[in-house]
Design a binder for this molecule. Structure first.
Ligand code: FAD
Length: 389
């Protein structure tokens, strides 16, 4: 456990390191990747070599064992300094499923190799085209046959699947009709996609408005070893839920980073751009919205800090993690909008990076969980209102 002063020092060093990496991979690098919808392999490799993606893996498994508040600072800094962690953030929270629910053998087998970068765990296959947010209605099945499971079904929006060796997969192992509660009978597997690709699994990229390497995946009688089951059969939904708070927190951190990037870009431009003989930033119509976005961002960050503190104390309620994600995604979107408006026509020119970041920032009100679902969580769990679905 880091002491407060030590943590401030670690975060400051990490921010310097991240800043250097981001300077190495500047705007032109991201623009080119975006234009060609290419995965930023070199950037991810640099982060991996510096151990940044292994920061949350405990030291005994080859990582740095840092708390989530430091993991958040890493992702925040990546976004604040103009890069995008969407290509690799899942490694940070997906490994939590193996860490919390995997057997000691699975942890020994995978975590050190994930920490070193030998194995990439970037893919997380939960969402399906028909079920959508209603995860317990997924129809991908894994049927036990001897020492294997046979997987059939389809996933959608499985991001980074083409750039990952492993995937955490959620599948139904007991039919919905045969369980008391529909959250039962789902199981989590850690599958080796290199083997699955040779045995009936196909990955189809989906071209989207942002460069996110997302895909759909088809399973046609894909055999996976029974040993790829994580924890107990049938408890998978609970395991997936237990990783959600970390995911919400880390995504909120990215949103804060994006908001800072937009706010700095807008303020700098408002100072520099002279129209009618004076900087546009002298007009309160330009200043006030930037100041408002700044306040929104600071407020969201305070909730994010609280969410991190609660997570580190072992609190498992999702309230603050969800609120952090909600408020941070709204702050980043407000900042994106104001950055666009402040730049006038130049905002839409690719070379300013604003239009790209604008497209990227919009995602976070939809994924990994949409705003409505966060609001219904808060309504139900904090306000005692009836469950709406
Ligand atoms: C670029 C991208 C990357 C992604 N990466 C991954 C990934 O790696 N792995 C993965 O498993 N998933 C991934 N997702 C999926 C993502 O988590 C879902 O898109 C998201 O959870 C929303 O689900 P949906 O798209 O099925 O929307 P739906 O569930 O169809 O919902 C559509 C709309 O209706 C609203 N809605 C639905 N039900 C209710 C309700 N009861 N009350 C109020 N409003 C409601 C939702 O809020 C949403 O606005 C990704 C998605 C995108 C777009």
């Amino acid at each position: 456990m880091l002491m407060k002063a030590e943590q401030v020092e670690v975060v400051s060093q990490i921010r310097d390191t991240v800043k250097k990496v981001c300077e190495e991979y500047g705007g032109e690098y991201w623009r080119e990747k975006d234009r060609n919808r290419q995965y930023p392999t070199e950037f991810v490799k640099s982060l991996t070599e510096l151990g940044l993606l292994a920061s949350l893996i405990p030291e005994e498994y080859g990582g740095s064992g840092l708390p989530i508040s430091v993991g958040s600072e890493i992702l925040k800094a990546i976004h604040e300094f103009g890069a995008n962690a969407g290509a690799c953030h899942a490694q940070m929270y997906t490994m939590g499923t193996v860490l919390r629910h995997g057997s000691e053998q699975q942890k020994q087998e995978y975590l050190p190799r994930i920490a070193s970068g030998e194995l990439r765990l970037q893919a997380f296959g939960v969402t399906e085209p028909t079920a959508g947010t209603d995860t317990t209605s997924i129809s991908t099945v894994a049927e036990r046959k001897g020492d294997q499971y046979i997987v059939n079904g389809q996933k959608v929006w499985t991001s980074r699947a083409e750039h990952s060796d492993l995937m955490v997969l959620l599948a139904r192992t007991t039919p919905k009709e045969s369980v008391e509660k529909k959250s039962q009978g789902l199981s989590v597997f850690l599958i080796d996609m290199r083997d699955a690709l040779k045995n009936g699994m196909t990955i189809k990229p989906i071209r989207t408005m942002l460069n996110h390497s997302t895909t759909e995946i088809f399973f046609d009688n894909v055999p996976i070893p029974a040993s790829s089951l994580i924890g107990e059969e049938g408890k998978g939904f609970k395991y997936i839920l237990s990783g959600m708070n970390a995911e919400r927190i880390l995504i909120a951190a990215e949103c804060i980073g994006d908001a800072r990037w937009f706010i700095k870009k807008a303020s700098d431009y408002a100072n520099e751009r002279v129209v009618f003989g004076r900087p546009i930033g002298k007009n309160q119509g330009i200043q006030f919205p930037i100041a408002r976005a700044f306040s929104q961002t600071e407020a969201a960050e305070a909730i994010l800090d609280k969410a991190c503190a609660l997570y580190e104390e072992g609190d498992t309620s999702g309230t603050y993690a969800n609120m952090a994600k909600l408020l941070a995604s709204e702050a980043s979107w407000a900042s994106a909008e104001i950055c666009m408006q402040t730049h006038g026509g130049f905002a839409v020119a690719e070379e300013y990076d604003i239009e790209r970041k604008f497209r990227e920032a919009r995602l976070y009100q939809i994924a990994p969980i949409s705003t409505n679902l966060i609001l219904s969580y808060l309504a139900e769990h904090e306000l005692g209102l009836p469950r709406s679905y």
